[in-house]
Write a protein that binds this ligand. Structure first.
Ligand SMILES: [Zn+2]
Length: 76
């Protein structure tokens, strides 16, 4: 565990400011950005694949696309 302040180097010219890893907020590695490591990149990928996010599928009724005759008109 390195100090956060020390882990932020100043890039030449300041053109590429290091991003913070969205997983652990450590400085991102250019190789894995915006993540700091492959582990964090895999963690983020796992969130998408593992059910952290709901993926639209056949289980979700298409209320907007197929309004039944009994469906009330909901204003947007
Ligand atoms: Zn990270």
């Amino acid at each position: 565990m390195v100090g956060v302040e020390m882990a932020f180097p100043h890039p030449r010219g300041g053109l590429e400011y290091p991003m913070a890893c969205p997983i652990c907020t450590k400085p991102a590695d250019a190789k894995y950005r915006p993540f700091c490591s492959k582990r964090c990149a895999d963690l983020d990928l796992g969130k998408w694949l593992g059910g952290g996010y709901a993926i639209p599928g056949d289980d979700i009724p298409d209320e907007d696309n197929m309004p039944g005759p009994d469906a009330p008109q909901r204003p947007h």
